[in-house]
Write a protein that binds this ligand. Structure first.
Ligand SMILES: Nc1nc2c(c(=O)[nH]1)N[C@H]1C(S)=C(S)[C@@H](COP(=O)(O)OP(=O)(O)OC[C@H]3O[C@@H](n4cnc5c(=O)[nH]c(N)nc54)[C@H](O)[C@@H]3O)O[C@H]1N2
Ligand SMILES: Nc1nc2c(c(=O)[nH]1)N[C@H]1C(S)=C(S)[C@@H](COP(=O)(O)OP(=O)(O)OC[C@H]3O[C@@H](n4cnc5c(=O)[nH]c(N)nc54)[C@H](O)[C@@H]3O)O[C@H]1N2
Ligand code: SF4
Ligand SMILES: [Mo]
Length: 709
């Protein structure tokens, strides 16, 4: 790859790694205008000099010969893989003109804006959508990842609680639920912070169908049947309430709806849950008692509880454990962040009420898409249906900034059909992905070393803010934020035209009183953690208390109390399907070398993890005639893929796990092997959905497995 211009010629610069959605502090060494070395910043409170293997491979990503080098325009039929180089001016003029035409002919709502998970430009995507005037933006995670936890946090606590690794007292009990932060942080926390906490020897409780490194270390490992977290959480609430293990003073003073919750979980005994979850009743009791007694304690929860159509109620049930035990906003407990970043200007006021109401999903999935929810986004299955059928109204254009839609949305065959129906598709990415291959215009995106941004961690809590800085530029790649601004200017939009640095300065000024330039020099900034903040202001819920009984859910017409719901496809709910597809399938547990569909072209990372792996119990494998490293077909009612068998006693004989995110950049385009091992050939985006959030099922499905001949 060619250097375009040299932002920095020589020296060492502080920045924040963004190979995942973390932000470990780094020192970037530059020589003759090129990045020559990246190491962890020993001063960063998040990682104290350490980096994971992805961070350490950043240079191979930055100077990867496979990167997109300049804008491209399609010359053949859509998806045929024929391209011609064009200038940035031509690319942006084309996009601006097409948006204007489609807006004129079909209305702004017929333009959809897409992005991927938690990237530097994440907030700028809904901002850009609002500036254009369309309510329809989306991200594969909004209904399936993190947003359910955020919205549950807001409805229940008025804020998103996070584990306290920030003060003098470290958690003495850590309950890790459907999360594997030693590999996958942060949706929760940077792995180095979690490891630091573990070294202090807290009681460790782990809820996971797989024996992860954490499960291995746990005092109690609850190996549940996938998709039954709601039942498990309700039974733990039952034990804590029935054995009188609540912090009664706290519950009385600071919560509402305790009696109603107690009535709701009255019959959710550990014995009831054992039958549903496969977890022995004695273990459920042991875990509930430990969590109630060993204080302070908190919960690290992950997206595994958000990949089922009962995502909101599951997260609600789990979220109540720390409230009943008085572990809220205390040192070493579940705390609320310091919110050191000021308000981000989403420009929501630019959308009319009528537009907000016509957001796809707004009238049905009110917690995801509704008119008065936080960060509303379009319901994805409804959006793709609108692309294919024109109902309830047509979606004609899709502009994607950092998402490999053909890999990470559910039911990717349907995603393919949907994208092929569009009048206009633009994709901005770092590489030519199978999704970009379907576009009209492809734009080359910058990697994290080529971007100016601020990152507040943990997300929503924002205890620490870091500067990510543009250190070099490669070929013609540019950062997404700049493109939003340029497009807004080209379309003469009344809003969204100011440079991103102005927003950073505003946000940094509010609490920290600093500027982006200053932050770049310092690397990061924070203020000391404060506790018991609710004693001054109450909780930011309608009742100013923790809402065990949610008035928001009630107002929106949903059940204000959590309940159990059997996964829609399971040996219990669909025994006839289980006859043909007898194994329970989980997908997408994170692996250390990759980030969703990324980095299969980064040599050091691919070498560590060359093939997609399916985890299966040796007894099950033996019955099926499958040996270690054999390729196996994994088939559901939707389709089949192959992955390599990895035999492990760390998974129940009735369960298999496949990795998500697989395509093969080394294979010829336009498909790049996207149908071969892609977990989302196996999933569906059909109903039932979570009633409030519209979540579809990505895990706890039924499959069969057999050897590839
Ligand atoms: N290295 C790396 N880090 C990442 C990512 C990545 O791709 N690679 N992706 C990022 C993204 S987008 C996200 S959302 C997070 C996700 O990170 P996490 O929230 O940690 O989620 P996963 O790793 O998908 O799953 C966590 C654990 O849930 C278990 N699990 C599976 N099904 C169930 C179930 O039904 N119930 C319970 N209780 N557990 C279950 C899995 O076995 C796994 O060990 O990671 C982020 N960080
Ligand atoms: N079966 C199954 N499916 C899943 C999951 C699962 O566990 N199982 N997990 C789900 C979850 S939790 C999530 S969040 C989603 C994740 O889904 P996404 O976040 O959409 O992840 P990717 O599909 O890898 O898309 C990211 C794309 O952005 C590009 N990119 C990276 N940085 C930038 C940038 O700065 N600018 C631009 N323009 N492009 C960039 C990358 O090259 C890559 O092609 O997947 C979901 N899909
Ligand atoms: S955890 Fe994330 S931010 Fe930290 S070094 Fe690894 S990839 Fe970079
Ligand atoms: Mo995610």
């Amino acid at each position: 790859m060619q250097q375009r211009s040299t932002e920095k010629d020589e020296g060492t610069y502080k920045s924040a790694c963004r190979m995942c959605h973390g932000g470990c502090g780094v020192l970037v060494h530059v020589k003759d205008g090129a990045v020559v070395k990246i190491e962890g910043d020993p001063e960063s409170p998040l990682n104290k000099g350490k980096l994971c293997v992805k961070g350490l491979s950043s240079i191979e990503h930055l100077y990867n010969p496979d990167r997109l080098k300049y804008p491209l325009k399609r010359t053949g039929r859509r998806g045929e893989g024929k391209w011609e180089r064009i200038s940035w001016t031509e690319a942006l003029n084309t996009i601006a003109a097409r948006i204007k035409e489609i807006k004129r002919d079909y209305g702004a709502e017929s333009i959809a804006i897409g992005t991927g998970t938690g990237r530097h430009h994440f907030h700028h995507v809904p901002r850009f959508a609002n500036a254009i005037g369309t309510p329809n933006w989306c991200e594969p995670g909004t209904a399936q990842c993190f947003l359910p936890r955020i919205k549950v946090g807001l409805m229940t606590y008025g804020d998103l609680p996070v584990c306290d690794y920030y003060g003098d007292i470290s958690p003495k009990c850590l309950l890790v639920w459907g999360h594997n932060p030693l590999i996958s942080g942060p949706d929760g926390e940077i792995q180095f912070k979690v490891r630091e906490c573990l070294r202090k020897g807290p009681k460790l409780l782990v809820v996971d169908p797989r024996r992860t490194e954490l499960a291995e270390k746990a005092d109690v490992w609850l190996q549940l049947r996938p998709g039954t977290d709601d039942a498990l959480a309700l039974s733990m609430l039952h034990v804590i309430i029935n054995e009188d293990l609540c912090d009664n003073d706290f519950v009385e003073k600071w919560t509402v709806g305790f009696d109603k919750l107690a009535t709701r979980v009255k019959d959710c005994t550990p014995e009831w849950a054992e039958e549903i979850t496969w977890v022995p009743a004695a273990k459920i009791k042991e875990a509930a008692r430990l969590f109630a007694i060993v204080k302070p304690g908190c919960i690290e929860w992950g997206c595994a509880i958000e990949h089922t159509p009962n995502s909101i109620q599951t997260a609600r049930a789990v979220s109540m454990l720390p409230a009943l035990t008085g572990n809220i906003d205390v040192p070493g407990g579940w705390i609320f962040g310091m919110h050191v970043l000021g308000f981000f200007p989403f420009l929501a006021e630019n959308l009319s009420e009528e537009m907000k109401q016509c957001r796809l999903g707004a009238d049905t999935y009110k917690v995801l898409s509704g008119v008065d929810t936080v960060l509303p986004s379009a319901h994805i299955p409804t959006l793709f249906t609108a692309m294919r059928t024109g109902e309830p109204y047509p979606i004609k254009a899709f502009l994607i900034f950092g998402n490999n839609a053909l890999v990470t949305y559910g039911n990717v065959k349907e995603v393919y059909e949907s994208l092929m129906k569009l009048d206009f598709l633009a994709v901005m990415d770092i590489y030519m992905t199978p999704t970009a291959e379907l576009a009209d215009i492809v734009l080359p995106a910058a990697t994290w070393l080529e971007v100016d941004e601020i990152v507040g961690l943990p997300y929503v809590a924002e205890n620490i803010v870091l500067a990510q800085q543009k250190i070099v530029s490669v070929e013609e790649a540019r950062q997404d934020e700049e493109i939003f601004v340029e497009l807004a200017r080209k379309m003469n939009l009344p809003v969204g035209t100011e440079p991103a640095e102005e927003i950073y300065d505003e946000q940094l000024g509010t609490v920290l009183g600093t500027t982006f330039e200053e932050l770049k020099r310092k690397g990061f900034a924070s203020i000391p953690q404060r506790y018991h903040k609710y004693k001054d202001f109450g909780f930011f819920t309608p009742s100013q208390k923790i809402e065990l009984y949610s008035s928001t859910m009630e107002r929106l017409g949903y059940d204000p109390l959590p309940y159990y719901e059997e996964p829609p496809e399971s040996p219990v709910s669909t025994p006839e399907i289980a006859n043909e597809y007898p194994l329970i399938l989980i997908t997408g547990a994170r692996v250390g070398s990759y980030f969703n569909s990324e980095y299969r072209q980064v040599p050091a990372l691919r070498k560590k993890h060359p093939d997609p792996l399916m985890e299966i119990h040796p007894e099950t494998a033996h019955e099926l005639g499958i040996a270690e490293d054999d390729w196996a077909w994994i088939e559901t009612r939707r389709g089949k893929i192959k992955q390599k068998a990895k035999l492990t006693r760390g998974i129940d004989p009735r369960v298999v796990h496949v990795e998500h995110g697989w395509w093969f950049p080394e294979e010829p385009g336009p498909e790049h092997g996207v149908w071969k091992s892609n977990a989302n050939v196996l999933t569906d985006t059909g109903p039932p959905y979570d009633p409030a959030m519209g979540t579809y099922q990505l895990r706890a499905l039924l499959c069969k497995v057999y050897r590839v001949a």
